[in-house]
Write a protein that binds this ligand. Structure first.
Ligand code: C2E
Ligand code: MG
Ligand code: MG
Length: 755
């Protein structure tokens, strides 16, 4: 049985293209409906057979068709007058235009009823009318009534058309009855189908919704679920069969979801809508957040028959909100409380201190973090901070609060540790925790930290004072050589203030021409001839006088001024060399110190070359001194940096050698020219046997690596003789000359005749 819909347009209505009351229903829709209803040629034949509607009946009607047409005169007018008398129908026939249009359509319809052709096109027209009725809301009772009225009118018309002869009238009217019943059947079926179709669409739409939808019977006490869509089971993670006919979760008193459900229960009790957010544990223990809307469904009588509910899984949104709230008070990288939260906790601790509880603050600043960040990159820096935070947390006691204040600054609020002894214990634990190298950027790096401790109430009773004093103590720890801790004392405040003033002044020192270079000669151990000079920075402060680099270089490093100072020193040394050479003073070479920061700057070699070119000084005139600790921090990077300097014709010296825990294996990989034996080894020579042995070993080692050795801090004749004896190449120290301004050095050179 091939459905008619497979032949497009098969059921197109007879009066297609005309202006009628069914114009809103398209051709394809009629075909679709016919297919859905299973109305094809076979079905039409079956319906006709059941109604005994035969070709003979069609012939009967065709025979009286013309006679009927004249009898029907004025019939449409009367019919519509009748329809308009009923208020419900009058509402559907609002204006005369509509009625005129419908009359024309009906005229054609009535005409087609007796046209004697009841094929597929005819059936299509009937379906279309049925759909239109469903669409405008004309319920079956009305059009059954209209058919009755039509038949009543046709009774008389047919009687006349058959000349009032019973033998002609009865079969003719029976034929008309059969056609009308065929119509009525089709119209009713279409109406019912259209209704079902709308309901099916709603069902499918609700079933497809991403929101969980359920319907609960409004029958206390259980309010059992009678419907739940697919999303409902997905969100709650329980199969539909398991929830249907079960008490609605909204009423479960033992649901354990707290106040959220109370709101819903109240809404149900009061017959209004309600909204809540619930949380329930997921399989992994984390909470699932569900938003629930509930509304009563009312019957025509106004009584509540059901409740309809909508569920949304809002876990992702809730988690994002909680994350935001957490981030507002925590540091995103380490997850530790941030400054704002710490201030809050500190104020609470201060309030408790007002009632006699003591506590301590421990300020922590990492010693080498800036260097790590600059040389290994930010990712490695982040990794270090995360690991440091983890170790600090482990070093704290349960009651302590650890926070990250900024960059590499941490602070611990030591609850109940109001004595120096208790605070020192924690500080020692923190230092021990940071003593082991941290793995970052694929290598082990030494971090170290300086700690400042302030006690409450001894060192301050308010937030600002305590923080300031712990900070001052931390600076004292840094000044004491780092990797240690200090307690706050009054003198620190003064020093901290001085340090700040120094930093402010230092910022202007270059511009105001307060910097100078002093030069200290380096002499050949064999014949005392001049091998070079070391350029050493001095700051001629207007009030303090000459400030030692030992005092201002660390300040410059912390304040980010060191690159500017270093570049000034290099430019000045180069300028001085050019001036000396120009005047026939043959100083072979000037050594210039590099700070670790400068050394770890990838653009260093380039900068050096530019500065020397600007001064007109060949690279061979300049030696750069890098401290051993700066080079060992990141040996692979150091080797590359040194290589770039060497390629540009510069000499490189490893300064303060012996203080920086060099490994010999690493030393071998560095492309150096000179080792500078640190003053601490020279100081106690030749009496101190160990130092003598170490100095001897260093010189032997340097020989093997092809490096020249400079001994620093040579103050006595005995030292000179010993160092010359073990094979040191160059000697530098107060025995020969202190660092001198350029002009004084010139006199010294002339007096000594070392050139
Ligand atoms: P350094 O590079 O090891 O310089 C040697 C230091 O030892 C100088 O101290 C020098 O005056 C001192 N010295 C030389 N001979 C003797 C001696 O016989 N006995 C004693 N007790 N000391 C002696 P200074 O000039 O105070 O410089 C201290 C440090 O400051 C330098 O140590 C260097 O690390 C740094 N520095 C100096 N100038 C600069 C610079 O231009 N840039 C950078 N980054 N650092 C600099
Ligand atoms: Mg030096
Ligand atoms: Mg040195």
């Amino acid at each position: 049985m091939a459905p008619l819909a497979e032949h497009p347009g098969a059921l197109r209505c007879a009066d297609d293209g005309h202006d009628d009351d069914s114009r809103d229903v398209g051709r394809h829709e009629v075909d679709d409906i016919a297919a859905e209803m299973g109305i094809d040629a076979a079905e039409i034949a079956a319906r006709k057979a059941f109604l005994e509607l035969t070709e003979a009946d069609a012939a009967q009607l065709r025979a009286i068709r013309d006679a009927l047409a004249s009898a029907q005169h004025g019939f449409a007018d009367g019919f519509y007058e009748y329809l308009r008398r009923l208020p419900e129908l009058a509402a559907l026939l609002p204006d005369d235009d509509t009625v005129a249009r419908l009359k024309t359509a009906h005229g054609r319809y009535f005409d087609s009823l007796t046209a004697g052709d009841y094929g597929t096109a005819y059936v299509g027209g009937r379906l279309r009318v049925g759909m239109t009725h469903a669409r405008i809301g004309l319920t079956p009772k009305w059009y059954v009534g209209a058919f009755r009225k039509y038949l009543a009118d046709m009774l008389r018309a047919t009687w006349h058309a058959t000349g009032g002869e019973a033998e002609r009238f009865l079969p003719a009217f029976d034929a008309l009855l059969k056609v009308v019943m065929l119509d009525l059947g089709l119209t009713l079926d279409t109406y019912i189908h259209a209704d079902k179709r709308a309901i099916a669409l709603r069902d499918r739409a609700i079933e497809s919704s991403v929101n969980g939808v359920f319907i609960a019977a409004a029958a206390p006490p259980d309010y059992r679920l009678i419907y739940a869509n697919a999303a409902f089971s997905r969100i709650l993670g329980s199969p539909r069969e398991a929830v249907l006919a079960q008490p609605c979760l909204c009423t479960a008193a033992d649901a354990g979801e707290g106040d959220g459900l109370a709101v819903i229960r109240a809404a149900i009790a009061e017959g209004r809508d309600g909204y809540t957010t619930l949380s329930r544990p997921r399989a992994d223990g984390a909470p699932q957040w569900i938003e629930l809307f509930l509304a009563p469904v009312r019957a025509d009588t106004g009584a509540i028959s059901h409740f309809v509910g909508v569920l949304n899984d809002v876990t992702a949104r809730k988690e994002a909100e909680q994350q935001l709230a957490f981030l507002a008070h925590h540091d995103a990288l380490t997850g530790l409380p941030n400054r704002g939260l710490f201030d809050h906790l500190l104020r609470r601790a201060l309030a408790r201190a007002g009632r006699g509880e003591r506590f301590a603050l421990c300020f922590i600043d990492l010693d080498r973090f800036k260097l790590i960040n600059d040389s290994l990159g930010h990712d490695a820096g982040d990794a270090v901070l995360v690991e440091v935070a983890r170790r600090l947390r482990a070093a704290c006691r349960e009651a302590d609060t650890l926070a990250r204040l900024a960059g590499d600054e941490f602070v611990i609020l030591l609850e109940g540790a109001g004595t120096a002894g208790a605070a020192a214990e924690v500080a020692a634990r923190v230092l021990a925790a940071l003593a082991r190298p941290v793995r970052a950027g694929g290598r082990d790096v030494d971090v170290g930290a300086s700690l400042g401790l302030a006690l409450c109430p001894d060192d301050g009773g308010d937030l600002e004072t305590l923080l300031r004093n712990a900070d001052a103590a931390m600076y004292a720890a840094k000044a004491a050589g780092r990797n240690t801790f200090r307690f706050y004392d009054e003198a620190m405040n003064r020093r901290a203030g001085q340090r700040l003033a120094l930093e402010t002044d230092l910022r202007r020192a270059v511009a105001r021409g307060q910097l100078e270079l002093f030069y200290q000669p380096q002499l050949r151990a064999t014949d005392g001839r001049l091998a070079g000079v070391e350029a050493l920075l001095r700051w001629r402060h207007p009030l303090r006088g000459l400030v030692s680099p030992a005092d201002f270089i660390p300040v410059a490093e912390d304040a980010g001024l060191i690159a500017e100072l270093g570049e000034w020193a290099l430019a000045e040394a180069a300028r001085q060399m050019v001036a000396w050479r120009g005047r026939g003073i043959a100083v072979p070479r000037a050594a210039v110190n590099l700070s670790p920061r400068q050394f770890h700057d990838a653009g260093l070699a380039e900068r050096v070359q530019q500065i020397l070119a600007a001064a007109g000084a060949p690279a061979a005139w300049i030696e750069l001194e890098v401290t051993e600790s700066a080079a060992m921090q990141h040996p692979a990077g150091a080797a590359q940096a040194l290589q770039r300097l060497r390629e540009r014709g510069l000499q490189v010296a490893l300064d303060d050698f012996g203080t920086g825990h060099s490994s010999l294996a690493v030393l071998r990989t560095l492309p150096l020219n000179v080792l500078k034996l640190d003053r601490s080894f020279v100081q106690h020579l030749p009496a101190a046997e160990t130092d003598a042995a170490v100095a001897g070993a260093i010189v032997t080692l340097a020989r093997q690596l092809g490096l020249a050795v400079v001994a620093e801090g040579v103050e006595t004749e005995a030292q000179r003789q010993f160092l010359a004896g073990i094979g040191c190449d160059l000697l530098q120290g107060f025995l020969f000359s202190r660092p001198l301004p350029a002009a004084e050095l010139e006199h010294w050179l002339a007096d000594q005749g070392v050139l």
